[in-house]
Design a protein around this ligand. Structure first.
Ligand code: GLA
Length: 412
């Protein structure tokens, strides 16, 4: 006669264990920063006809050299990620993915070793379907072998896409693939496109509590393209969806608005300031995608502005809250350092995307600032101390058309 009590007890523990099987890889306690190939190089496979957009070994190593030699690494740029179109069209006889023999002649371990020798990190890409979005071999039916292969190659970050599959499959596949990544014992940042496909392809509500337990970051909006209107739409989406997204955002688990479009000649200087300021205020991943030799002087100054990167990499990882005031969006972000472990510093970004300059009056006490000793105000772009204020003072700020003012207020 079976012992039903024991069976019930065992089932209880199995379900508990299953429920508790979440991503605890300790990675990306601050949002990842780096470079990813897709935005600019896309499926750059025709290296003879189009050498300027060639996705190959030389390109990836050159990004590592630029990060290492030109100050990007010190500013926090770390992950170098090869997106789609890196493989041969067929797996090898053991079912393993094979890097394109012409463009990656030394294989991926060689690239990983080079990147690691520069103390940087290496990322790659796959899809949960049979094929990737550009129809290279995908990981369906190969989760274990692919997770093991990426681990053996020394991959530190894996972007996993979700084209061409149904809703139920997505919901299971991301959890299972993540399980295989964990089982390799190599810590790999797990970047999921899961909620994007659930919301925009299958028209359902993403299950963010589950997604944020299983993924380190996740795409939740359309692909960025190299235009100001694409960036504006993404920023507007985060403004509109703030309350649904901020609760799942924090150390180890991040909403991902997609890559920066610096270095692609798409934005004016002021638009570039808005792009990077809002992403920093969101604590969004900062992934460049461009020919690094084409980054303009003013773009580089922004990327290497350590006061700005300190906002992006703040250890609290709080997504700034947007307030709409007339034509301006004021983004408010509590951040470190905290005075006496009680009073946080705050960064304020005033963004004006309208066609005219606007002046507004900001009273810090309206946004939760309450340090009775007051605050010291610093301008992040000029890197200048502006003035000290009490928390009940008001500051008048004029923001030019399509521009941003970015201040940090440190408690005195
Ligand atoms: C999807 C993703 C992009 C990129 C391409 C590659 O569109 O959203 O970021 O990875 O696939 O094919």
């Amino acid at each position: 006669m079976p012992d039903y009590n024991n069976i019930v007890r065992a089932m209880f523990f199995i379900s508990l264990f299953g429920y508790a099987r979440v991503l605890e890889n300790g990675l990306v306690r601050t949002p990842p920063m780096g470079w990813m190939s897709w935005g600019y190089y896309m499926c750059g496979t025709d290296c003879e006809q189009n050498p300027d957009k060639c996705l190959d070994e030389k390109l990836i190593l050159s990004v590592a050299d630029t990060f290492y030699n030109e100050g990007y690494q010190e500013a926090g740029f770390e992950y170098i990620i090869i997106d789609d179109c890196w493989s041969e069209h067929h797996r090898d006889k053991d079912g393993r993915l094979v890097p394109d023999r012409l463009r990656f002649p030394n294989g991926m371990k060689y690239i990983a070793d080079y990147i690691h020798s520069r103390n940087l990190k290496f990322g790659m890409y796959t899809n949960v379907a049979d094929v990737t979005c550009m129809r290279y071999p995908g990981s369906k039916g190969h989760f274990k072998v692919d997770a093991d292969t990426f681990a053996q190659w020394g991959v530190d970050y894996l972007k996993v896409d979700g084209c061409f599959v149904g809703e139920q499959y997505l919901n299971n596949a991301y959890i299972h693939f993540g399980g295989y990544l964990n089982k390799t014992n190599r810590p790999m940042v797990y970047s999921c496109s899961w909620p994007y496909y659930i919301e925009f392809i299958h028209n359902r509500k993403p299950d963010y509590p589950t997604i944020s337990k299983h993924c380190n970051l996740w795409r939740n909006y359309h692909d960025v393209v190299t235009s100001w209107s694409a960036v504006k739409n993404i920023i507007q989406h985060y403004e509109d969806e703030y309350s649904g997204l901020e609760k799942y955002h924090g150390p180890g688990h991040w909403n991902d608005p997609d890559m920066l479009i610096f270095g692609t000649d798409s934005l004016t200087e002021a638009q570039s300031k808005i792009h990077i300021s809002v992403y920093a205020m969101l604590s969004a991943p900062l992934l460049l995608s461009c020919d690094m030799t084409r980054v303009k002087g003013y773009e580089k100054n922004l990327l290497l502005n350590l006061d700005l990167m300190a906002i992006a990499q703040d250890p609290l990882g709080i997504m700034a809250r947007p307030y709409r005031i007339d034509y301006i969006t004021l983004w408010v972000k509590p951040r470190m350092p905290r005075k006496g472990d009680i009073y946080p510093s705050y960064s304020f970004a005033l963004v004006n995307v309208s066609g005219q300059k606007r002046t507004i009056t900001v009273r810090p006490s309206n946004y939760g600032l309450n340090c009775t000793d007051g605050y010291s105000v610093m301008d992040i772009f000029s890197k200048r101390f502006l003035k000290n204020i009490t928390f009940e003072d008001s500051i008048d700020v004029t923001v030019p058309s399509e521009d941003v003012i970015l201040y940090t207020l440190f408690p005195l």
